[in-house]
Design a protein around this ligand. Structure first.
Ligand code: 1HE
Length: 264
């Protein structure tokens, strides 16, 4: 493993590369990884400067918590106009994660709260350790989500569950979050990083066209009018099938050189 992008990242963030996988860590545990502007812009810098040799990213956190959300000490004196542009900055950065070049696996533990939950929702796969708890304290703080939460959370858990979290301050534990589809994996405390590395390793050896299709085409198709969606799917399928990668992989299967589904 080697540190990467040290020149571009603020001290809040640390990155290393292990083979084709980059591990990015939020590193301000004493503030529960609360996200200030420096952190958000650091995430943007990371995903913008990601070396070509990186094929998947693991987003993890130092300490016992993923993130306590927006750094509330920066919120105080913002005007309405500044508030809009601040939220739009978060949108821009989180879209860079969700619609970036490579899939992102997040490791969730302790507080996954407010903007921290919104950040997790911008990643493609969420691995929750049993210590993780999920909440949207914006409701109680007199504010609203601003990091794309009202777009991404209803897709994952439905608008009614999100409304409950915001209106009543309900905290979901990891098991509950897993049960409602917020996290795709549930693991024991301390096992999240290893699980995420295992998953990222599998993702990294997929055909690049497949990872591209899953990140960029799938969410658009899923939300399209089915008449357009079926067409986009057919076109995407044809593009993928025509790639040398697909031809090599199909040949390998037919020649009994490829793994079976049960062996992946
Ligand atoms: C913070 C923050 C923060 C902790 N901004 N400093 N997010 C929230 O409303 C969550 C606020 N935080 C909490 O409710 C708790 O800190 C936790 C339940 C997450 C964790 O509790 P705990 O007992 O582990 O830690 P702690 O003792 O509360 O916090 C340790 C330190 O981190 C303490 O500072 P210290 O100087 O007294 O040591 C806390 O003040 C600090 N800290 N969370 C600033 N969030 C794009 S819009 C998104 C909108 C939102 O995200 S709103 C939700 C904000």
């Amino acid at each position: 493993s080697e540190p990467i992008l040290t020149g571009v990242l603020p001290s809040f963030l640390q990155a290393e590369q292990i083979g084709p996988v980059a591990v990015l860590r939020l590193n301000r545990p004493e503030k529960r990884n609360a996200l200030n502007d420096t952190a958000i812009l650091g995430l943007e810098a990371f995903f913008t400067a990601l070396p070509d040799s990186v094929k998947a990213v693991v987003l993890a956190a130092e300490g016992d918590n993923f993130s306590a959300g927006l750094d509330l000490s920066e919120l105080s004196e913002r005007s309405t106009v500044e508030g809009v542009s601040h939220s739009m900055m978060w949108h821009r950065v989180f879209e860079r994660i969700e619609f970036g070049r490579v899939p992102v696996v997040s490791v969730l533990k302790g507080a996954v709260v407010g903007g921290g939950l919104e950040l997790a929702c911008a990643t493609h796969i969420r691995v929750a350790e049993r210590s993780a708890y999920f909440a949207l304290p914006e409701g109680q703080r007199g504010i609203f989500v601003g990091g794309g939460g009202s777009i991404r959370l209803p897709r994952l858990i439905g608008a009614s569950r999100m409304a409950d979290m915001m209106l009543t301050g309900r905290v979901h534990d990891a098991e509950s979050a897993y049960g409602m589809g917020l996290a795709q994996y549930l693991v024991e405390p301390g096992d999240g990083l290893a699980k995420a590395m295992e998953l990222a390793g599998k993702i990294a050896v997929n055909a690049p066209i497949t990872n591209f299709a899953v990140i960029h085409a799938l969410p658009r198709i899923a939300e399209a009018d089915p008449r357009q969606g079926f067409m986009m799917e057919a076109l995407m399928a044809a593009v993928a099938q025509g790639s040398d990668d697909a031809k090599d992989r199909l040949r390998a299967f037919l020649e009994k050189r490829a793994k079976k589904v049960t062996e992946f």
